[in-house]
Design a protein around this ligand. Structure first.
Ligand SMILES: Nc1ncnc2c1ncn2[C@@H]1O[C@H](COP(=O)(O)OP(=O)(O)O)[C@@H](O)[C@H]1O
Ligand SMILES: O=C(O)C1=C[C@@H](OP(=O)(O)O)[C@@H](O)[C@H](O)C1
Ligand SMILES: [Mg+2]
Length: 172
């Protein structure tokens, strides 16, 4: 089975995913890295030169390819839930887990990183709040949810391992 991590930017999908994969001896795949490999440009350049719709098309293509494989921890990008087709592709071979954090914590975790074009605006915290509101419903596509605000990366990893051990997916 696969374990796919979804959630807003800065909720820890990439860092938690890496550590989880190491613990479980699974392959780690970061969809953002796969997009960069597929397209050949860094994410900010893709957004600046071809726009968000084009980025979403590459994201969908890569999600379909990776979702069809097995025994991976998949860290998605925060916008993967914008297309139902992506969620279906991630669910076909495993479990999808949502990571959450408060807007303030997300802001603190992302403010020193210029690799997220959607947050390169005058008021990133306001943008975080409005995007969270826009995406609220789509993030409800899984019952497995973890609020990471007060947790360390290791504690989040442990919680995911507990969810996976108790889930219907464990035999797969
Ligand atoms: N639970 C956590 N507690 C503190 N810092 C965290 C936690 N999870 C992630 N971080 C930090 O927040 C930043 C963004 O994490 P990242 O894994 O890139 O998030 P995402 O992939 O969801 O955008 C990184 O600097 C990471 O070390
Ligand atoms: O939320 C989003 O729309 C995005 C999240 C980013 O990934 P992270 O969630 O890993 O930051 C990356 O895919 C891109 O900048 C768009
Ligand atoms: Mg990431």
């Amino acid at each position: 089975m696969n374990i796919s991590l979804i959630g807003f930017m800065g909720t820890g999908k990439s860092s938690v995913g890496q550590e989880l994969a190491q613990n479980l001896d699974y392959k780690f795949v970061d969809l953002d890295e796969e997009i960069v490999k597929e397209d050949g440009r860094p994410i900010p350049d893709i957004f600046a030169e071809d726009g968000e719709d084009y980025f979403r098309d590459v994201e969908t293509k890569v999600t379909e390819k990776i979702g069809s494989r097995d025994n991976q921890v998949i860290a998605t990008g925060g916008g993967v839930i914008l297309r139902d087709q992506n969620i279906a592709n991630l669910k076909q071979n495993g479990i999808v887990i949502l990571l959450q954090a408060t807007p303030e914590e997300i802001y603190n975790r992302t403010k020193d990183d210029d690799n997220r074009p959607l947050l390169e605006v005058e008021d990133p915290l306001a943008k975080i709040n409005s995007l969270l509101e826009e995406r609220k419903e789509s993030y409800q596509c899984t019952p497995y949810q973890i609020d990471t605000t007060e947790l360390s990366i290791e504690e989040v990893v442990k919680k995911i391992e507990e969810i996976v051990a108790g889930s219907e997916f464990r035999e797969k």
